[in-house]
Design a protein around this ligand. Structure first.
Ligand SMILES: Nc1ncnc2c1ncn2[C@@H]1O[C@H](COP(=O)(O)OP(=O)(O)OP(=O)(O)O)[C@@H](O)[C@H]1O
Ligand SMILES: [Mg+2]
Length: 219
């Protein structure tokens, strides 16, 4: 399913802003890849650690903005969906990320995945803790038909403004200190559940439901 639903661009199970959070090795990146692979339209993945070419087999790996634009141009000319895996190699990490964000916003109609998003956030970017491109994706992405999912282990390391815009969360098992971070969003029963989840299970929460739902598990 792809289109504009409830004011947000939807492709597969993804719509609006999604946060995937959980301890090391719980399956965050694998879940992100599963969701991205369901997309029938354009999708772009920012591989912050440049280690995930094998997770998204068949996606076109690029490592500079010019190459990314060219892949999109060719896909559009052939009327096929682009599948971009951006690995920032050489030069400034922040400059790569800014270009990536600018391109997806300019192109529009895209699902964006950002792995280990804490690498892209921080106090160095001022109050919002987000660089301009990410700020624009988070706050105005829907006007460009851009929907986004991000992964992180430690929620305290992500911009609060970003998490606050996430109407969808997929939360894997978390350390007690990190569970506390989600007090603002989750019921007490769900907070307790977060520490008891089995490996690869996650709590699926949306801002429209009172309680989350346990999903996933070993495949
Ligand atoms: N549902 C699943 N069933 C079985 N194995 C899985 C499942 N999900 C992930 N794995 C495997 O577990 C390992 C860790 O998964 P993944 O890299 O997605 O975790 P992660 O949460 O992103 O970890 P990190 O925080 O280190 O990035 C991988 O080898 C992956 O293939
Ligand atoms: Mg990962």
């Amino acid at each position: 399913m792809r289109g504009f639903v409830d004011g947000e661009y939807q492709d597969g199970e993804l719509r609006g802003m999604t946060l995937i959070c959980g301890n090391r090795g719980m399956g965050k990146t694998t879940e992100m890849a599963r969701l991205l692979c369901q997309c029938t339209g354009d999708a772009a993945f920012f591989d912050s650690v440049s280690k995930h070419a094998a997770v998204l087999r068949g996606w076109t790996v690029v490592s500079e903005p010019g190459a990314m634009k060219e892949v999109i141009r060719l896909a559009r000319a052939r009327r096929v969906a682009s599948r971009i895996l951006y690995q920032p190699r050489g030069g400034s990490f922040d400059a790569h990320f800014e270009s990536f964000c600018e391109i997806v916003l300019a192109v529009g109609d895209t699902i964006v995945g950002i792995d280990e998003v804490d690498k892209c956030c921080g106090a160095r970017f001022g109050d919002s803790h987000m660089p301009k491109g990410l700020y624009d994706i988070v706050n105005y992405g829907r006007h460009h038909k851009v929907s986004t999912l991000v992964t992180v282990r430690n929620p305290f390391r992500v911009s609060y403004d970003l998490v606050n815009e996430c109407a969808f969360m997929r939360l894997f098992r978390l350390k007690p200190r990190y569970v506390a971070y989600f007090k603002e969003w989750l019921e007490a029963e769900d907070l307790a559940l977060l520490q008891r989840l089995e490996k690869y299970q996650y709590l699926y929460w949306t801002d429209e439901c009172e309680r989350g739902e346990v999903k996933g598990g070993r495949r």
